[in-house]
Design a protein around this ligand. Structure first.
Ligand code: C2O
Ligand code: CU
Ligand code: CU
Length: 459
């Protein structure tokens, strides 16, 4: 049982200035919750922010009532729905709200059965039309699910298991967060981009809330549990030594937990909302040496993410077993009772630009997909530009990409698949868990707010 108060707080993120934030319990990112598989957790959220909020546990196998549907609001104290414009945070589409779909209260209990594979989940705001600016202001945190089987593997743990929440932000001179969507001057700054095309990009890279941190490490294996919590920025991560050599990123897990077997990468692309569980071995680094975590897709300062300095030799009893898990679902194409097609493309909506799924912007009053509990389905997804597509409730496997075999980083059970520009992919899943109303959407947070979301009803 946890209590979280959503409130305004400030933190020193950049040297010498305070940054006002929206927080869970005053911290940025929010407090990390650690749970055991199958042990239910209730999180009570109180809203002391100036606007309504919604909490979603990303990657959670959660009953619909606690899944954070975008109109299931936690109202702030003193808030009355009538008479309040929704223009607090962003650039949403005012015309499409269906008041009948709105159920609201001041405090909300979210109940998570956590009957699922152990993995790194994250919780974040999910209010309709305003998710992107709310996450930007700080409403995101980690929720780690563990179990005995995973712990028995002997992967690096304790000090040598590090969650890395990577997120870009832009700051004004006084230290306050600048959301380029609302600030025309910022759109011209190098590294910061206009939201209507690509989503909002910042020019400062934060890891666990700190800009470009330097972490002191032992000459030993580390387990890095990486989350791309950026609104829109894509990364392709590498671990580069001072002499230019690269360390392998040995992937042991994906969004939805352990792989069957480790996969070594030289570089690892990570789209918004994706998680990669990787082991890096600093034993190969001389004491005093540095390992920079670099984003190959960045330029200038956004090329750097963080660095490790190896400060001492140390014993290392960790290992990366050749078999990591045996419970990965292996659905076959022939198991699927249905194949559905979805396009993720720009289009016109409400007289402006929007991002559409199958030609339509999100409408809470419309059911886009009705799936039967227990059915296996294949979904064919096609994109115009980069779209990381996320399904609530279920994990899926990537069956194909661009008509070919999936890429090495598509391994394992995913809940977000990164479609590259012009690319198609097929995913396969079983609608398993709970009946009710869920979502699928693009996890470029600005795209999501600008319509690229749809309802998935499980019956
Ligand atoms: Cu990170 Cu609808 O989710
Ligand atoms: Cu989600
Ligand atoms: Cu998108």
């Amino acid at each position: 049982r946890y209590e979280i108060t959503q409130r305004q707080a400030s933190a020193q993120i950049l040297p010498g200035v305070q940054t006002p934030l929206w927080t869970y319990n005053g911290t940025f990112p929010g407090p990390t919750i650690e749970s055991r598989r199958g042990r239910p957790v209730t999180v009570t959220h109180h809203n002391r922010l100036p606007v309504p909020t919604v909490v979603h546990l990303h990657g959670g196998r959660t009953p619909a009532a606690s899944d954070g549907y975008p109109t299931d609001l936690v109202l702030p104290e003193g808030w009355q729905e009538a008479g309040h414009g929704m223009g607090h945070g962003g650039h949403g589409m005012q015309g499409m709200r269906d008041p009948r779909a709105v159920r609201s209260r001041l405090t909300r209990d979210y109940t998570f059965p956590l009957d699922q594979r152990p993995t790194l989940l994250w919780y974040h705001d999910h209010r309709m039309d305003f998710t992107a600016p709310a996450i930007w202001r700080g409403l995101a945190g980690l929720h780690i699910v563990r179990d005995d089987a995973e712990e028995a593997l002997g992967l690096p743990s304790g000090r040598r298991e590090l969650p890395l929440v990577i997120a870009d932000r832009a700051f004004a001179a006084d230290g306050s967060l600048a959301y380029p969507a609302l600030d025309p001057a910022l759109r011209a700054r190098p590294g910061v981009r206009d939201p209507y095309l690509a989503g909002v990009l910042g020019d400062v890279i934060l890891v666990n809330g700190a800009p470009w941190p330097l972490h002191e490490a032992d000459a030993a294996r580390y387990r890095l549990r990486v989350l791309n919590a950026s609104n829109a920025r894509h990364y392709e991560l590498e671990a580069v030594l001072d002499d230019g050599r690269r360390l392998d990123l040995v992937q042991v897990g994906a969004d939805q937990g352990l792989l069957a077997a480790p996969v070594a990468h030289r570089s690892l692309p990570i789209a918004p909302a994706e998680r990669y569980d990787v082991v890096v071995d600093f034993a190969k680094v001389p004491v005093g040496g540095r390992v920079r975590i670099v984003n190959r897709l960045g330029s200038g300062r956004t090329r750097d993410v963080m660095a490790f300095r190896v400060v001492r030799k140390a014993a290392d009893h960790s290992r990366v077993p050749r078999v990591l898990s045996r419970d990965l679902p292996e659905w076959r194409r022939s198991d699927a009772v249905r194949v559905r097609d979805f396009s993720f493309r720009a289009g016109r909506m409400h007289g402006g630009h929007g991002w559409l799924i199958g030609g339509l912007p999100f409408d809470p009053a419309r059911t886009d997909v009705t799936a039967r509990l227990g059915d296996v389905e294949v979904w064919r997804l096609v994109a115009d530009v980069h779209h990381p597509v996320h399904l609530h409730l279920v994990g899926f496997r990537v069956l194909s990409r661009g008509g070919r075999a999936p890429l090495p980083h598509d391994a394992g059970l995913k809940d977000t698949v990164s479609l590259r520009p012009g690319e198609s992919a097929e995913i396969i899943t079983r609608f398993d868990g709970y009946r009710g109303r869920y979502l699928f959407h693009c996890h470029n947070a600005e795209h999501e707010d600008m319509g690229m979301m749809a309802n998935l009803e499980i019956i």
